[in-house]
Design a protein around this ligand. Structure first.
Ligand SMILES: [Zn+2]
Length: 75
């Protein structure tokens, strides 16, 4: 087990607790550095879901499904 401070592709920095062989941890770190953090990934999905809801005349998401950029939850 080791803690790693990672600068993700989206620009967010998060600390991750990684386990397993060194080779696997290094692969995970490389992947995380190239990709958005999960907060931004969820925010991107929420944006897509909101656009799709509008396009199909459905009510927009609210509550815990409405997530802002960089993990800031919106009420
Ligand atoms: Zn991010």
């Amino acid at each position: 087990m080791a803690m790693y401070k990672v600068l993700h592709g989206c620009g967010c920095t998060h600390v991750h607790d990684l386990h397993g062989p060194r080779k696997d941890r290094e692969a995970a770190l490389t992947w995380m550095r190239r990709n958005d953090c999960w907060f931004c990934e969820i925010a991107s999905l929420a944006v897509v879901a909101t656009a799709a809801a509008r396009e199909h005349g459905r009510p927009e998401l609210s509550g815990s499904a409405a997530v802002g950029r960089h993990g800031k939850l919106t009420p």
